[in-house]
Design a protein around this ligand. Structure first.
Ligand code: DGJ
Length: 725
């Protein structure tokens, strides 16, 4: 008998254009099908939606969407995925099907479809990975050619997908500094609606590269057909949704081609970023769960590893600290049960000390005045208190007042011809299209980690947009490559670093949640969701963020009150209960807390540690939206075996005598019996009558429980444990 270590069923179908089976390509997961058909040598999309158990007769249904990858010059006048100027100056491209391959291994079906221009040696390869259990399809495109001379690409989408319904409702996530991932939903009308960013860096400060498209009705949590998508790319992106005269909707999504023409020679390959798509016929909550499960397993760095509780020094100290102050903060953090201390901005620069955001950025030597004994002494102290140590860097950027700017002015992105450098937060951007600059940025962090091998966490910040468009490195005819090459350069630096230092946790921060995307999350463990730490505003920010991105990756910190941004007074319990909805941390000076606040925060951290497996690895159910006008919000996390759950209820307005909240839970086992226990309690009496009771999943989900929250900024957290099947 021989042991099979992994059951791999590999089925390889190599189908050439000559084969009789060449007509239909079925890309599918357990619940979703994407079907292409070859007709007159062209590849068309026939279906994207619920899984089809048989494709027999699909080509006769008459439902034909656009070409699978429509190109400019193919005879149609709609939005296109591809525009190319060929070496001879001609601008038409007409792609025909050549062949495809499909393999299935474990949970992943991989499909590659080869297309070629009908006249020229110009090739487009459509790639798909279909994750069976998670119901996610990843799509990306490779473009290359064998022409003499360069081809200029002017449009290069990752994905072109058609939808068919009577009406379409698009939800997207706009924002700005301190208000990231705000949700807005609108009905699409004829014409093209675009969501995009042109800022190069910190895209989520304008628009997040993600969307929800609901068919025939506004997106509902638990019913209706809903598509969700996100581009794994930290740079400029553009998603166009065109509703045409036949009520079809065509999405073209990828890198924003704005001012980004890209030349490729016959030895180059242009690779687009991955577009991630999912579909649900039971509303958007199920689609979010698909993305969360998929990302934890296949995209998010170490998505199966528990995240530590962090105290980050920023709001507790800003630039104003020395060794003693930081060590005192560590003592306070340790007393409350924090596991990771992160030293934020301000620890470096000597000729130009980093005592404000005006100087020193780029000079990554420890500031001798503030930290005379170096980082090692801080790490020793942290470890003596049972804490791991992390540190802030912003290696893509530079203050003009720095040794780096003095020594390497050519490394800075600039508008050339003596034009004024446009500052933002007193800083400029390094040119990551330049391999030398990539090496510099890599070495800043690599050296820090080699010299201090006990650094366990890097907070990677980025505090400006690109704007000064121009590179001293790129050739004159390649200046328009800058936006794309910057983002690719950044990706390659972070990939190198994370490969060299696999044990270090990385956080993507960009003035808060400016860099929240599956491209960054391939290498980073988490993101700082927003510099806005006001717990009321965070209800909205985290609500929007967790539609697409998983709670385990969402940095959410308890801060002092009144908060630094809004000055709103919010009770500690509410601040703790909101932060507990993500990767819990603290952002304050522990010595400013009263004794009873320290004790309460410690008890919350203890509970979080006990139950974090539910929040970090469970499924998130959205119960009541903060966007509804009833002044309540609630969410719930359930382990995948439905044995444990955490429910969080927030009252963010005043509720009069009869305005009580009826909470209907979701995702439990109908037949299971659950014990209901309130955690993070501040008084003996619970705000639910059923505290300590045993109640069936069916009652909890269908009848609901009355929650007695009256005042603004009051909240309740329940732990539910299944005690009987
Ligand atoms: C912006 C970040 O979002 C903050 O958390 C903090 O790290 C500052 N930068 C430091 O300059």
């Amino acid at each position: 008998m021989f042991k099979i270590q992994r059951t791999i069923i590999i089925c390889i179908i190599l189908i050439s254009a000559l084969s009789t089976n060449a007509q239909t390509i079925h890309i599918n997961t357990n619940n979703m099908s994407l079907v292409y058909n070859v007709s007159n040598s062209k590849l068309y999309q026939l279906h994207f939606g619920p899984v089809l158990s048989s494709l027999k007769g699909i080509e006769y249904t008459g439902l034909i969407y656009n070409e699978a990858y429509p190109s400019f010059g193919n005879g149609q006048s709609d939005e296109v995925a591809l525009i190319a100027t060929h070496a001879d100056g001609s601008i038409a491209t007409d792609l025909v099907y050549k062949k495809h391959t499909q393999t299935t291994s474990d949970n992943i079906q991989t499909t590659t479809i080869q297309l070629q221009d009908e006249r020229k040696p110009f090739y487009v390869e459509l790639n798909f990975k279909a994750y069976q259990k998670e119901n996610v399809i990843e799509q990306w495109v490779k473009i290359h050619h064998k022409d003499k001379g360069n081809i200029r690409l002017e449009q290069f989408a990752s994905s072109a997908i058609g939808f068919k319904a009577e009406s379409y409702y698009l939800t997207h996530f706009y924002g700005g500094w301190a208000k990231e991932m705000m949700m807005v939903e609108e009905q699409l009308t004829n014409g093209t609606k675009c969501i995009e960013t042109k800022r190069g860096v910190r895209s989520t400060e304008y628009e997040n590269p993600s969307f929800i498209l609901s068919l025939n009705q506004k997106a509902q949590e638990n019913n209706g057909e809903v598509y969700m998508g996100a581009l794994a790319w930290s740079g400029n992106f553009k998603f166009g949704f065109q509703v045409d005269d036949q009520e079809r909707c065509q999405m073209i999504a990828g890198i924003n081609p704005f001012a980004s023409d890209y030349l490729i020679s016959s030895s180059d390959t242009f690779l687009t970023p991955r577009m991630i798509l999912t579909y649900s016929n039971s509303g958007k909550n199920a689609a979010s769960i698909n993305l969360h499960r998929w990302s934890r397993k296949y995209n998010l760095r170490d998505g199966d590893q528990r995240r530590p509780v962090v105290l980050n020094s920023w709001e507790g100290a800003y630039f104003d600290f020395d060794e003693t102050k930081i060590k005192n903060m560590m003592d306070g953090a340790s007393e409350m049960g924090v596991e990771m201390f992160v030293l934020d901005d301000g620890w470096f620069g000597n000729k130009y000390p980093r005592n404000s955001d005006k100087a020193g950025l780029g000079d990554w030597q420890v500031n001798k005045k503030k930290l005379p004994n170096g980082i090692g002494s801080l790490i020793d102290h942290a470890e003596s208190k049972g804490l791991k140590f992390g540190i802030w860097v912003e290696p893509e950027m530079v203050n003009p007042k720095s040794e780096l700017a003095e020594n390497h002015p050519d490394w800075i992105i600039q508008r050339m011809n003596g034009r004024e450098m446009l500052l933002e937060r007193n800083q400029l951007l390094l040119d990551l299209s330049n391999p030398k600059v990539q090496d510099f940025v890599f070495n800043v962090v690599h050296k820090l980690l080699v010299e201090n091998p006990r650094i366990a966490y890097i907070k990677w910040d980025a505090n400006r947009h690109l704007q000064n468009f121009g590179s001293t490195y790129l050739e004159t005819n390649q200046q328009s490559h800058l936006w794309i090459d910057y983002t690719k350069g950044l990706g390659s630096v972070i990939e190198r670093l994370t490969t060299k230092h696999p044990q270090v946790i990385f956080q993507a921060c960009a003035s808060g949640g400016g860099r929240v995307d599956f491209g960054a999350l391939k290498y980073m463990h988490e993101f700082w969701a927003s510099d806005n730490t006001d717990a009321y505003d965070r209800l909205f920010i985290q609500w929007g963020t967790n539609h697409i991105y998983p709670p385990i990756a969402t940095g959410a910190h308890i801060v002092k009150s009144p908060g630094h941004q809004t000055r709103r007074q919010i009770p500690l319990k509410f601040r703790c209960d909101v932060a507990m909805g993500g990767r819990l941390g603290l952002e304050l000076q522990p010595s400013n807390l009263k004794k009873e606040d320290i004790l309460f925060t410690k008890s919350v951290i203890d509970s979080y540690k006990k139950y974090r497996h539910i929040i970090q690895f469970g499924d998130l159910y959205r119960l009541q939206s903060p966007y509804d006008n009833d002044g309540f919000a609630s969410i719930k996390y359930v382990t995948q075996n439905k044995n444990e759950a955490i429910a969080m209820v927030y009252s963010h307005e005043f509720h009069r005598r009869n305005e009580r909240n009826l909470l209907k839970l979701k995702g439990l086992d109908e037949n299971g019996i659950y014990r209901v226990v309130e955690i993070n309690k501040i008084s003996k009496k619970s705000t639910v009558d059923c505290e300590g009771m045993e109640i069936s999943g069916s009652i909890l989900m269908n009848t609901g429980i009355k929650v007695d929250l009256k005042k603004p900024y009051t909240s309740l957290v329940l732990y539910l444990e299944k005690i009987e099947n």
